[in-house]
Design a protein around this ligand. Structure first.
Ligand code: 23J
Ligand code: MN
Length: 260
């Protein structure tokens, strides 16, 4: 086994393995979730405040302080984010076993369907068809839905894609998430604002990705970018939340190791 890490080090330094940054820039222009005001408070706008910058308030250094919600930008959803996962002792950002933060990724390309239909839902049938082509999804692996929605991340209105009938963004159907829970996957990741589809508040159960992932002590990843640079199988995803005390989620730096 020591040889495995030696090989990994060589592959990294020689460029045989590339590190793909699957993270969006985090700042005041980061798109944030909007919920109907009559049912919920929203996560506040992100603020970056300067403490000092090589000046009177600290001559040799620059540093900032931040104001941001846990569920901002490219981020991790912990089981405690949802009522269905509230009782897992290892379900908060500071209690999840770190072994879970490095895992293989299955990338399901739904970009053509999402371009055609912003409300596109990946179903269990769709996942099974993908497995027939690319191979079975294993226990403990990430399932990532590629939609190329990350191309809209620079513009909040484009990214949220809401009209008078609500937000229109792609995601999983309830039966899709149920199937993935049977397969004991590690979690579900998406290029959209949240793990659920825009219309998922009206699904049964409401927000099935959140409900079922966290009921099963599994994780979510939202606002991922650059999934188009990952192979269907073969990438390793590093996605670790900050160790926030009793945190329900956290911005992450999502990094994929991919064969060059
Ligand atoms: C709270 C309520 C609904 C949703 C979300 C949060 C998220 O998408 C999130 O960031 O976890 S849909
Ligand atoms: Mn979240």
């Amino acid at each position: 086994m020591p040889a495995t890490l030696t090989q990994l080090a060589t592959a990294l330094s020689s460029g045989q393995i590339r590190v793909v940054d699957c993270t969006a820039t985090l700042g005041p222009k980061t798109p944030l979730l909007k919920l109907p005001p009559e049912i919920a408070d929203d996560t506040p706008p992100i603020e970056i405040h300067q403490i000092s910058k090589y000046g009177d308030r600290g001559p040799f250094w620059a540093w900032n302080w931040l104001k941001l919600g846990e569920h901002s930008g490219t981020h991790f959803d912990a089981p405690h984010h949802w009522i269905t996962g509230r009782d897992y002792p290892d379900g908060a950002t500071d209690t999840i076993d770190a072994q879970n933060f490095v895992a293989p990724a299955n990338v399901i390309d739904c970009s053509a369907q999402a371009a055609e239909n912003p409300d596109f839902l990946l179903t269990a049938e769709g996942v099974k068809a993908w497995e027939a082509e690319h191979g079975e999804i294993g226990a403990g692996e990430w399932v990532l839905m590629r939609t190329d929605w990350c191309k809209r991340n620079h513009d909040e209105a484009l990214y949220l894609n809401a009209d008078e009938t609500g937000p229109h963004t792609p995601g999983p159907s309830a039966d899709c998430v149920r199937y993935l829970m049977e397969k004991k996957v590690l979690g579900w990741g998406t290029e959209c604002i949240g793990t659920d589809a825009g219309a998922a508040g009206g699904f049964e159960p409401p927000f099935p990705a959140h409900n079922l992932l966290h009921a099963n002590n599994r994780y979510g990843l939202a606002s991922l970018v650059n999934l188009s640079e990952l192979p269907p199988k073969g990438a390793i995803l590093i996605a670790a939340p900050l160790k926030i005390e009793a945190g329900t989620g956290s911005p992450i730096r999502a990094l994929a190791l991919v064969p060059a």
